[in-house]
Design a protein around this ligand. Structure first.
Ligand SMILES: Nc1ncnc2c1ncn2[C@@H]1O[C@H](COP(=O)(O)OP(=O)(O)O)[C@@H](O)[C@H]1O
Ligand SMILES: [Mg+2]
Length: 325
């Protein structure tokens, strides 16, 4: 491993799906770098390609999907690796936590069995030691009465406890990168805050690298120092959180921020972004945001803006300078 090499380097990544209606261009030429120890947030409206980007990293796209471009983990190309090698990357190197742990947990195995199997798949320890470590993991994710929970099946746990168990299983494999895709979206607001706190603590205590994915800028802002904003399958802005919140540049980022209700100012009305996310069977030409953009000019419909450095952030907008003026 070279010291200057990022943990993850995604370059020109595109994801397309074949459908009876044509080709869905879900992710379009995304560039993204994650350094070891970073917490990066990926935010964008539902349907903006966040989950497909995450799934493409470890070759988990649906059968009608394919990814092109490059995904390098410490320099090693993952795209196009045979399934057997990808399986070794999943879990051990890149662990993913999904919105719905029921789809990721095996319904017919107890939480304890799943934890023990994960631990033993990644380290040579005997069953009894793995069992003890499994209990330690449940305690670490603050599942009360861990000994009892180990003997239970996923359906016997509440949503919040299931999500914690899922996080424990993901982390027990000792991954380099944790990808958490809407990890708290299905939970009640109070449980949501607890699970986010838990992720933040684990990330800090274990020096984890985290890619947190959410449609909710509040969730991302609470945990991430850097934020990548996606719109209709493209990265539109990539900036340190303080820069993004204090001085957003891309008109879409500005729209997202204006759409967040401000609890401190109840008189201030959240402004939804007019229009709709485009149909990805026939995405708009040029900048995919141009039909909804208040700053759009002819060029925006003709030429796809490159992601470029403007005042300390990366932004894909022909009119970035005007937006900041
Ligand atoms: N198997 C599939 N076939 C066709 N289109 C798909 C498939 N999976 C996802 N998509 C489309 O890809 C786009 C991006 O989806 P997704 O990454 O799930 O969005 P997000 O996670 O940002 O809400 C959506 O338009 C979705 O309908
Ligand atoms: Mg998603």
């Amino acid at each position: 491993m070279r010291a200057d090499q990022p943990l993850l380097r995604v370059a020109g990544l595109s994801v397309r799906f074949d459908t009876p209606d044509g080709e869905v261009r879900a992710v379009d030429c995304v560039d993204l770098v994650v350094d070891r120890g970073e917490c990066v947030g990926l935010v964008g409206e539902s349907g903006s390609g966040k989950s497909q980007l995450a799934l493409a990293l470890t070759g988990l796209l649906a059968a009608n999907g394919r990814a092109t471009g490059s995904v390098r983990l410490e320099g090693r190309e993952l795209l196009g690796l045979p399934e057997r090698e990808l399986r070794a990357v999943r879990g051990r190197r890149i662990a993913t936590v999904f919105q719905d742990p029921m789809t990721a947990l095996a319904p017919h195995l107890t939480i304890g069995t799943q934890l023990v199997e994960t631990i033993r798949a990644h380290a040579t320890v005997d069953r009894a030691t793995a069992r003890t470590q499994a209990r330690d993991w449940l305690e670490r994710v603050r599942v009360p009465d861990a000994a009892t929970r180990l003997r239970q099946y996923p359906h016997e746990l509440s949503g919040g406890l299931r999500q914690r168990a899922m996080i424990a299983i993901a982390l027990a494999a000792g991954p380099d990168l944790l990808v958490a895709d809407e990890p708290t979206t299905a939970l009640d607001v109070t449980i949501q805050a607890q699970v986010l706190r838990l992720i933040a603590d684990l990330v800090q205590a274990r020096g984890l690298t985290l890619m947190l994915i959410s449609h909710d800028l509040g969730v991302i802002g609470a945990l991430c120092r850097r934020i990548v904003v996606m719109y209709a399958g493209t990265v539109v802005e990539d900036a340190v959180a303080t820069t993004l919140f204090d001085r957003p540049c891309h008109p879409y980022t500005r729209g997202l921020l204006a759409a967040v209700p401000d609890l401190a100012r109840p008189d201030h009305r959240a402004q939804p972004i007019p229009g709709h996310i485009p149909n990805l069977l026939a995405p708009p030409s040029g900048c995919r945001f141009h039909p909804r953009c208040p700053l759009a000019v002819d060029r925006c419909a003709q030429e796809k803006p490159a992601l470029r450095e403007v005042e300390g952030r990366r932004v894909a907008c022909h009119r970035a300078e005007e937006a900041l003026a």
